[in-house]
Design a protein around this ligand. Structure first.
Ligand SMILES: [Fe+2]
Length: 206
């Protein structure tokens, strides 16, 4: 992971990220705010342990779902976040708005309804997604998204079941779950320790 741990370019500052999140939450309040804050905590904590830029990790965690500020959206939150961050000149944040939903780089990997985007929007996002070679930041936010409930970090399985109860299954759901398990193993190896105690997930929080 060493070559990927340099400070990221194309990211807002932490203060800007907080402002962007607040602005988005004001226009569409919901549990996604606390989910994003949990993801930011997880990303910063894990990133700091494995030699990544902890502040960049925090910023990316705060902003990965920023597209939800536009309204109660499904796949459209990916489009909104990606296009908004690009328009503001933050391509590293835009990239995470897209990649966080895809531990596997295929449309069917998305856990939800993709029909709230136009076919053109879906095509643009998929073309962009397939052009990206994932780095440690993409993988970290994918993992942290899957560890973060609004009330704090949790075990992977609890969050994955929570998502499936709300959105159902696709042909790639099981592959998606396996991909998250693999991500967890990879980051545990990079951190040199189990992630749950690091994040304060104890048996009484299960
Ligand atoms: Fe998320």
């Amino acid at each position: 992971m060493k070559q990927e741990t340099n400070r990221l370019k194309g990211l807002p500052s932490l203060a800007q990220a907080e402002e962007l999140l607040q602005e988005a939450v004001n226009s569409n309040p919901g549990p996604w705010e606390d989910h994003s804050r949990t993801a930011a905590f997880c990303a910063e904590t894990i990133g700091a342990r494995c030699g990544m830029d902890p502040q960049a990790c925090r910023v990316l965690g705060l902003l990965h779902d920023i597209g939800r500020g536009g309204g109660v959206y499904d796949f459209l939150h990916v489009w909104n976040g990606w296009s908004r961050m690009n328009a503001l000149g933050f391509p590293a944040a835009a990239r995470i708005c897209l990649t966080h939903s895809f531990p596997i780089q295929e449309l069917d990997c998305y856990a939800g309804n993709t029909e709230d985007c136009t076919p053109e929007q879906r095509e643009i996002l998929m073309r962009e997604l397939k052009s990206i070679s994932y780095n440690a930041y993409d993988r970290l936010i994918q993992l942290c998204d899957a560890l973060s409930l609004p009330d704090g970090p949790t075990i992977l399985e609890k969050r994955l079941v929570d998502v499936s109860l709300r959105h159902g299954f696709s042909r790639l759901t099981l592959d998606r779950w396996r991909a998250f398990q693999k991500l967890k193993q990879e980051f545990e190896q990079a951190c040199g320790q189990p992630l749950y105690p690091l994040l304060g997930v104890s048996p009484d929080r299960l």
